[in-house]
Design a protein around this ligand. Structure first.
Ligand SMILES: NC(=O)c1ccc[n+]([C@@H]2O[C@H](COP(=O)([O-])OP(=O)(O)OC[C@H]3O[C@@H](n4cnc5c(N)ncnc54)[C@H](O)[C@@H]3O)[C@@H](O)[C@H]2O)c1
Length: 373
């Protein structure tokens, strides 16, 4: 039997990127798909939005995999529009088993420079849009009484702080909090809520000039290859970014019955980033930087801002200014960072963070997630 056989998945932002990858992964495992997306660009994003043609391509590929598909345009900021698609989906497929609240946008700017519109667009789509997606879909799941799995796409920025992404970080932290509350409130109906926290993923949101520029400390004309060096410093594994398939594999696990008792957990982008490793890498980059040590942003549990450190490392590398490390400095720093990393890993394991993907974590309970009680 296929892993998502007989399930119906409602996916926002399914026209391209991760949303499309989730649709194809789930359809390949037997699911029918309700695909939703916004057929226009959002004015404050530095890249083009998905198009109708993108959504049509998703639908075609789902059908090629043997899945049935309902593909509709609906803005996650518009609850009534989402409810209309849900209604149509219910009459076509009979019920919804899985929801992927995946739609999202990105824009960049320091907290004091963001425009009100940038702030509002991100909060409206990345946080309120997630709540509206749940608000539109979950009532029918409650009424049907068969439980289900709702997967909220947060980000690593939903767990730690990222420079130049205050609005995005605030929204994604909000998604994490929302997931924790919903997991408790809807547990009696056997509707599971988990959030996924991808590191950098190779999608149009990141594979664009504005994003590459950010990772090169604001240098115009930054290339994908140059940015890859900075992005690599975010990850424990020596990779610049994750493939969409890595996230879709995690989504499939959470959508399937393999995770039937997993709820209230934060699943960190598979194999790529851990707080501890990020902090160690960032600190290494940081200690080898020529830039003075002021202005380091501290995130949750004192994680260093990896993007800041990556930016500094790249800036200094480009300028050929690598500062000779003070004797023994890196060893001492790395030692302290490793100890912190080990403590952090233990905490994460306890919290169900990172390790929550293990099938044996079926007992990952609400009380084990940090918000649980
Ligand atoms: N790419 C990354 O590095 C990364 C990392 C962590 C988290 N994320 C998150 O993953 C999710 C998917 O992003 P992606 O990387 O696939 O980007 P993407 O830009 O390729 O896809 C985003 C999708 O969301 C849709 N969308 C945007 N605004 C919408 C709205 N108002 N209503 C309905 N649909 C809307 C778009 O049409 C598009 O199909 C987002 O929530 C993003 O914040 C991305």
């Amino acid at each position: 039997m296929k892993r998502a056989e007989g399930k119906v998945a409602f996916i926002t932002g399914a026209a391209r990127g991760q949303g499309r990858a989730h649709a194809l992964r789930l359809a390949g495992e037997g699911a029918d798909i309700i695909a939703v997306h916004l057929c226009e660009s959002v004015g404050t994003t530095p890249y083009d939005g998905a198009t109708d043609a993108d959504l049509a391509e998703t639908a075609k590929r789902v059908e090629e995999l043997g899945g049935r598909v309902l593909a509709r345009q609906a803005d996650v900021r518009d609850l009534a529009a989402l409810e209309r698609v849900v209604e149509e989906g219910l009459s076509r497929f009979g019920g919804i088993d899985v929801v992927c609240a995946n739609a999202g946008i990105a824009s960049f700017g320091s907290a004091l420079e963001l425009s009100e519109q940038q702030w509002q667009d991100i909060l409206d789509i990345n946080l309120t849009g997630v709540w509206k997606t749940v608000r539109a879909t979950a009532p029918s799941m409650v009424e049907r009484g068969r439980g289900g799995s709702i997967i909220l796409t947060s980000s690593i920025a939903g767990l730690i702080g990222f420079l130049n992404l205050a609005h995005y970080t605030a929204a994604k932290h909000g998604v994490t909090g929302l997931m924790r509350v919903l997991a408790i409130e809807l547990a009696p109906h056997r509707i599971r809520f988990n959030s996924i926290h991808p590191a950098t993923v190779d999608t149009p949101m990141v594979a664009n000039e504005a994003s590459w520029k950010l990772f090169l400390g604001g240098i115009d004309g930054a290339t994908r290859e140059q940015a890859a060096v900075g992005m690599k410093t975010l990850n424990a594994l020596p990779i610049p970014w994750l493939d969409m398939a890595d996230i879709s594999n995690a989504v499939l696990y959470l959508a399937s019955d393999e995770s039937r008792h997993v709820t209230g957990t934060t699943m960190v982008g598979r194999g790529a980033v851990s707080h501890g490793a990020t902090a160690v890498n960032a600190r290494r980059a940081y200690t080898s930087s020529a830039t003075p040590s002021s202005g380091v942003i501290l995130g949750e549990r004192n994680s260093l801002s990896a993007s800041l450190c990556a930016r500094r490392m790249l800036a200094s590398a480009r300028a050929g200014l690598r500062r000779p490390k003070p004797q023994g400095a890196e060893t001492a720093t790395t030692g302290r960072a490793s100890a912190r990393s080990t403590r952090r890993s233990a905490t994460e394991a306890r919290d169900g963070c990172c390790s929550s993907i293990r099938p044996t974590m079926s007992g990952t309970s609400l009380s084990s997630s940090r918000s649980g009680s």
